[in-house]
Design a binder for this molecule. Structure first.
Ligand code: DGL
Length: 284
C-alpha cells in the first residue's frame, strides 16, 4: 500500500459532517442514508438557536463558522451545510475559511430545477433568509440566464412542522396562503427550498396540482456527495454498514424524540454540544 492510498483509506473512514438549525436537516440526512448507507455521519442540530430562517446574514455566518469549526474537530471528511438559510448566507465564506471540502444545498436543487423545467418558469418556496439572500435566483441564472424565477417566502411554516403538525387545518391554511401567489406565476417546477418542506410534500403537491413538479434538493445533494466522494477516492467501501452520531445545542432528549420522528428510526448516539463550546471555537 502506498502512503497516499493509506491516507485516502484513513480519510474514507471519517464521517461526513452535516449541520442544520435543528431537526430539519434530518430530511437531508435521510436522502444521504438512502444513497450512501455505508458512510458514517456526524450531524449537528443547532436547536438552541432555531429557527435560522429569521436570522440576519451576520448571525448565520457566525453560526455556520462555529458549527463547521466544531465538525473539523470531530474530524470529518466533508461538510454538508444541510440548511438552506445557512447555505444562502454563508457557504462561500465557509469555503474560503476552512480546508475541509464543503457543499451546500442550494446549487444541487437549482440544477435539478433547470434540468426539469420545460417552460423555464421556476418557483422557489423558502424561508425569509433564503429568499432575501437572492441565492436561488443567482444559482438558477448561472445555469440558465433566461429562466424566470419566482420566489415565495413562507414565514412561520417551519414551526408547524417542527412541532409535529403536518396535517392540521391551520397548517393547510398557511400553506394555501403561500402557495397561491406562487401558483399564480404559473411555474412548472417548484423547488422545496427549506429543510422542512419535504415532510409536507403531499400537501404542497395537491395545492400546486399535477402540472407542477416539486424538486426536493435533498435528494440532489445526496447524489452530488456520492459523486464527490467517488471522484476524490474517499468513499467508504460498500460492504460496510454506516454509523450515525448526533450533537445538539439544545435538549438531548427532545432531539432524540423529535429526531426519531423526522428520521423514522431510533437515534441512539445523541450528545450535548453546549453553545459555550461553539463560542470558544469562534468568538461571537
Ligand atoms: N433549516 C432551515 C432552512 O432550511 C429551516 C428552519 C429554520 O428556519 O431554522 O432554511
Amino acid at each position: 500500500m502506498t502512503a497516499s492510498s493509506a491516507h485516502t483509506d484513513d480519510v474514507a473512514s471519517l464521517p461526513i459532517g452535516m449541520f442544520d438549525s435543528g431537526m430539519g436537516g434530518l430530511t437531508v440526512l435521510h436522502e444521504c442514508l438512502v444513497r450512501l448507507p455505508s458512510e458514517n455521519f456526524a450531524y449537528v442540530g443547532d436547536t438552541a438557536r432555531f429557527p435560522y430562517g429569521e436570522k440576519s446574514r451576520a448571525e448565520l455566518e457566525l453560526y455556520a463558522r462555529q458549527l463547521t469549526a466544531f465538525l473539523e474537530t470531530v474530524p470529518v471528511k466533508l461538510v454538508i451545510v444541510a440548511c438552506y438559510s445557512a447555505t444562502s448566507a454563508a457557504l462561500q465564506l465557509l469555503q474560503e475559511r476552512f480546508t475541509t471540502p464543503i457543499v451546500g444545498v442550494i446549487m444541487p436543487g437549482a440544477r435539478a430545477a433547470v434540468q426539469t423545467s420545460r417552460y423555464r418558469r421556476i418557483g422557489v418556496l423558502a424561508t425569509e433568509a433564503t429568499v432575501s439572500s437572492g441565492a436561488y435566483p443567482r444559482a438558477i441564472h448561472s445555469l440558465d440566464g433566461g429562466a424566470e424565477v419566482h420566489q415565495q417566502a413562507a414565514p412561520g411554516l417551519v414551526s408547524f412542522i417542527e412541532e409535529g403538525d403536518v396535517a392540521s387545518q391551520a397548517l393547510a391554511d398557511a400553506v394555501r396562503g403561500f402557495a397561491e401567489p406562487l401558483k399564480a406565476k404559473r411555474p412548472d417546477v417548484v423547488i422545496l427550498g427549506c429543510t422542512h418542506y419535504p415532510l409536507i410534500a403531499p400537501m404542497l403537491q395537491r395545492f400546486f396540482g399535477r402540472d407542477v413538479t416539486l424538486v426536493n434538493p435533498a435528494a440532489e445533494i445526496a447524489r452530488e456527495v456520492e459523486d464527490t466522494l467517488a471522484r476524490q477516492g474517499v468513499a467508504r467501501t460498500e460492504d460496510r454498514v454506516g454509523s450515525y452520531r448526533f450533537y445538539t445545542t439544545g435538549d438531548v432528549e427532545a432531539f432524540r424524540s423529535v429526531g426519531a420522528r423526522f428520521l423514522q428510526m431510533p437515534l441512539t448516539r445523541v450528545r450535548s454540544l453546549p453553545l459555550d463550546t461553539l463560542n470558544g471555537l469562534v468568538a461571537p
